[in-house]
Design a protein around this ligand. Structure first.
Ligand code: IPT
Length: 963
């Protein structure tokens, strides 16, 4: 066979400059080449010749694309896929035949052309480089008809020397971009395949004598409180470094040690500095910090750090991985507002400006290489490029482009080789190169349990019990590994409703020194705007192979509104703990790594039956990190005898910060003072009966079936009946690779979605109505004996439900409660219970007791694939009303309610939100209990303490019509 074309050979490229540090500001001119480019799409790599690269080429009949951008997300036509093809989603599988390094003949190829003039003041002397910050998956580049070279490595910066080719006017830059290249084998990340020039294209002037590259070394000695600064320039460039605030003016290469304030994620202290060398002045931002492993614990500046992290893919619902600065800033601000202190840049180096934001706002970063070969796992890793020496130059190129570009960011504390690549000598070569080039940071890679090439033991999705074992240092493994700190580079899969079990992980991280936290998978749902579905996921763009909604597993919805999972995470990782401090006191614990509490202002409020009776400021000492104090609460205000009373104590930002205004809530806690005194059960009203109706207080029943049909004047379109089904969540359905039982499929197999209700007895007595039934599904020998006992005091109708399982129940129940139908006009909801958001047994940390209100629509959580959502737990009472009528429900004990305009069956059947059409009934679920949520869509299932096993149960609900 003839030699492979360049895009198929394993080399990283040809003609590019060696990688160097990125910086935001220099006084050397730069010209952005972003904007509309002429564009031509071909179905194969060789459909068109290279004549388009010639300066005189006439591209007037071409289309256009916006650069930066992905061509598959552009072009005319509202259909998906559109004029320029469409996005495609696969998780692990390569969407093309696996025959490395060959790629398919069908290789969408985008030719890009951009004409530009130099600005009038562009210097005549010096050189220039053309920088491309990200092109998927490879590019061949020409300027003014001269070929510059070609490169692979989609999320890595590439530069070419172009000074000698530039003209004052009418320069022509030509790019040929192939969707598939040998590099695609190294880029099998779980995300959309999105070809295009998706990051900035810039022309940078290079002044005479300017340093080719520089490395800022800024360490901190926590014993002496001093920082040591040394800026190393490549070659013998004689430059000066000035740090006005520190009065420093030193030569490049020279080290100085002075008293400084250190940089950390909580207090991101940066010093403005300048590097002046040759004809260039580069703005630097120096953060002094030292990363170390001491006695098996990772420290920064001598302190243990605890990662409250997320995995962040770059994602925008319209622009794919092409993010503007405002979106990056929004991500960082949202993270900071939700108590997140760390980011793993899964699974490639992000746009470099993102790391500047991390330096500024304060986030610990694991910066990951653009490398994943996961699809080889299906063949027992046969042919895996990371274990094939021919690919090692490409791997080393990726390692170097990661480290060289990002080495000057204080926020970066670990280099990650890549994700899900199996094991191999190529990874070892990368780790060696990185350690040699930058010994100041730790090396991370999760995929090799031997930890031969890493400085930290990292795992994804281990169950809690295993984390506990590792925390106790009781896990078996290579001796060297036992000396390493432990992190979860991925855990708590935020797909659909969930993740459950976060608080239980956090307890482990706060118990064991070695467990230094983790990174939730993942930050944002990758739902792409779709003409029919609103947001589409895998399979919605005509893909032949796809992995469905597995791409929607973020803490943010695609439009960046926080999901309940993010609110839960914020509460679970809050850096201040507020608990019961004994009679009349709160116990406040500062859980920050470094910061004291001086930046927070505390408040108290006193609630009686959910109503706030009084509020005020609470004096809390500026406790040092790790310290606790008992803080006296005021004398409770006067309140109704027998009321349920509690304190809410909140920790708020005392002053504006870069990421939130003063008053932003960082942490909170509730302390119960007194439990409610329950009123005696309603006195008896006597039922009466006609031939077809039974009347009992406000209740009207069908005399034959015993089913409630009205409450006063309010029609009950479907009387309350036992209900155990919920539309399975992604976590209920589970992932095939998880060892735990997958309940969603088992529930369906057992027919819990098609339960039948057999009426065994309708019995009227002097004090009420009893209906006995058995609830079970066809083909199943298990059932639930259910007794409904109705009584009334004349005003309130009380339902007592008793459930006794029959037969051998091998699976837990999804839920246990009743469902009823009411007129859809009741769309205002007021309740006293835990809120304001949804909560389930293992996702309930963020729900606090209080009085809440919402519309029925606002109670729905818009998971991209419809599934169980919206339960409000610990409800004492709820009122559903229209302007003219309504119903109040009180529980004994408290219950969870869910209200929707569609049935569970409709929710279950829908694949996209748009398929949920409101009907004329309001479906109200009043649940005694729900099964937990877990994280089994990729991780472990529901912990035993949150299972809802079938067992005898009794609960009651009181209904009052409101007129
Ligand atoms: C893990 C991947 O690292 C991540 O990219 C993502 O795919 C995640 O799972 C699931 O959403 S790999 C998994 C097989 C443990």
């Amino acid at each position: 066979m003839s030699a492979l074309p360049w895009y198929e050979d394993v080399s990283p490229g040809r003609g590019t400059l060696p990688p160097r540090a990125w910086y935001a500001r220099s006084d050397a001119p730069a010209l952005s080449l972003n904007g509309d480019w002429a564009f031509r799409l071909s179905p194969t790599a060789d459909a068109e010749d290279q004549a388009f690269a010639a300066p005189e080429y006439d591209a007037s009949d071409w289309g256009t694309v916006a650069v930066p951008g992905h061509w598959v997300l552009q072009g005319k036509g509202s259909e998906a896929p559109g004029e320029y093809g469409g996005p495609a989603y696969t998780n692990v599988r390569y969407p093309f035949p696996v025959d490395p390094p060959r790629v398919p003949t069908e290789n969408p190829t985008g030719d890009h052309l951009r004409r530009f003039d130099l600005p009038a003041d562009w210097p005549a002397s010096g050189g220039a480089v053309l920088r491309l910050d990200g092109v998927e998956s490879c590019a061949r580049v020409w300027l003014n008809g001269t070929e510059l070279g070609e490169f692979k490595g989609s999320r890595l910066a590439h530069e070419f020397a172009v000074g000698h080719l530039l003209k004052a006017r009418d320069n022509v830059l030509a790019l040929r971009v192939h969707q598939w290249s040998s590099g695609s084998y190294l880029e099998d990340q779980d995300q959309w395949w999105l070809p295009g020039v998706f990051r900035d294209v810039t022309l940078l002037h290079r002044p005479e004598g300017a340093p080719r590259d520089f490395f800022v070394h800024a360490s901190y000695d926590h014993v002496t409180g001093t920082g040591t600064l040394r800026v190393e320039c490549e070659g013998d460039v004689a430059g000066r470094v000035t740090v006005p605030e520190l009065g420093l003016d030193l030569a490049t290469g020279e080290a100085v040690t002075v008293a400084v304030e250190p940089w950390c994620a909580e207090v991101p202290r940066l010093y403005e500095a300048e590097l002046a060398a040759g004809g260039e002045r580069v703005a630097l931002r120096v953060g002094f910090r030292t990363v170390a492993v001491e006695n098996g614990v990772m420290t920064v500046n001598g302190r243990r750090v605890l990662f409250r992290g997320v995995n962040r893919h770059e994602f925008h619902p319209e622009r794919g991985r092409s993010l503007d600065l405002a979106t990056m800033r929004e991500d960082v601000e949202l993270m900071k507002r939700h108590n997140i202190n760390a980011v793993r840049t899964s699974h490639y180096p992000p746009h470099p400006a993102f790391l500047d934001l991390c330096d500024t706002y304060g986030l610990w970063v694991i910066d990951e290489g653009d490398l994943e070969t996961h699809g080889f796992e299906d063949f027992a890793w046969r042919g895996n490029p990371v274990d094939d020496a021919r690919w090692t130059p490409a791997l080393l190129d990726r390692a170097a482009r990661l480290v060289e570009r990002d080495k000057n960011h204080p926020s970066v504390v670990m280099w990650s080789l890549g994700n899900e690549c199996g094991t191999g000598a190529g990874l070892t070569a990368m780790a060696r190169w990185i350690r040699d080039r930058d010994p100041s940071r730790l090396v991370h890679y999760e995929g090799d349990r031997s930890c031969a090439d890493t400085d930290v033991y990292s795992r994804m999705y281990p169950p809690h019990a295993e984390v506990d074992e590792i925390g106790r240092r009781a896990d078996r493994g290579p001796a060297a590994r036992a000396q390493l700190p432990f992190i979860l580079c991925e855990y708590a899969h935020a797909m659909g409703n969930g993740p459950g079990g976060l608080a239980d992980y956090q307890r482990l991280f706060e118990t064991y020194e070695r467990c230094q936290g983790g990174f939730v998978w993942e930050w944002i749902d990758h739902g792409l705007v779709h003409p029919v579905h609103g947001y589409g996921y895998g399979g919605d763009f005509g893909e032949e192979l796809h992995d469905g909604n597995f791409v929607c597993d973020g803490l943010l919805f695609p439009d960046r509104t926080p999901s309940p999972g993010l609110l839960e995470y914020k509460k679970v990782v809050e850096p201040v703990r507020i608990a019961d401090g004994g009679p009349g006191a709160a116990l406040v614990t500062n859980g920050h790594d470094v910061a004291d509490l001086a930046h927070l202002a505390f408040t108290w409020s006193f609630l009686a039956d959910g109503e706030t009776l009084a509020t005020g400021p609470l004096e809390v000492p500026a406790l040092a990190a790790g310290a606790s104090a008992r803080v006296d609460l005021p004398v409770p205000p006067a309140h109704r005898e027998g009321a349920e009373t509690l304190w809410t104590v909140r920790a708020l930002l005392a002053a504006d910060t870069a990421w939130a205004p003063a008053g932003h809530e960082v942490a909170w806690g509730q302390i119960q003072v007194s439990a409610p005194v329950r009123p005696a059960p309603p006195t008896r009203a006597h039922p009466s009966r006609t031939s077809d109706r039974i009347t009992l207080g406000p209740g009207v029943f069908d005399a034959r079936t015993g089913v409630l049909s009205a409450l006063g004047s309010l029609p009950v379109t479907a009387g309350p009946r036992l209900d155990v089904w919920r539309a399975p969540t992604d976590n209920d359905d589970g992932a095939p690779w998880q060892p735990d039982e997958r309940h969603g499929p088992l529930w369906r197999e057992l027919g819990l979605h098609r339960m039948r209700h057999r009426t065994d007895e309708v019995l009227l007595d002097a004090e009420g109505l009893t209906v006995r039934s058995r609830v079970a599904s066809g083909a199943s020998d298990v059932g639930l004996r259910t007794t409904y006992r109705w009584t009334s005091d004349g005003t309130v109708l009380r339902l007592a439900v008793e459930v006794v399982p029959e037969g051998e129940w091998r699976v837990p129940l999804p839920r246990l409660g009743v469902r009823l139908g009411l007129p859809a006009a009741l769309d205002r909801v007021d309740w006293y219970g835990a809120g304001p958001g949804e909560a389930y047994p293992d996702t309930r940390a963020a729900a606090r007791l209080g009085r809440w209100e919402a519309t029925v629509d606002a109670l729905q959580t818009p998971y991209l694939r419809p599934q169980e959502n919206g339960a409000r737990i610990d409800t004492r009472w709820v009122e559903l009303t229209s302007p003219t009528e309504g119903v109040r429900v009180e529980g004994d004990p408290a219950f969870a309610f869910t209200a929707r305009r569609w049935t569970t069956e409709q929710l279950d059947a829908a694949a996209h939100r748009g398929e949920l059409v409101p009907g004329d009934t309001l479906w109200l679920h009043l649940d005694h209990a729900q099964h937990g949520i877990g994280s089994q869509s990729c991780g472990p299932g529901v912990l035993p303490e949150y299972r809802l096993d079938a067992a005898p149960a009794a609960f009651s609900l009181s209904f009052t019509p409101l007129g």
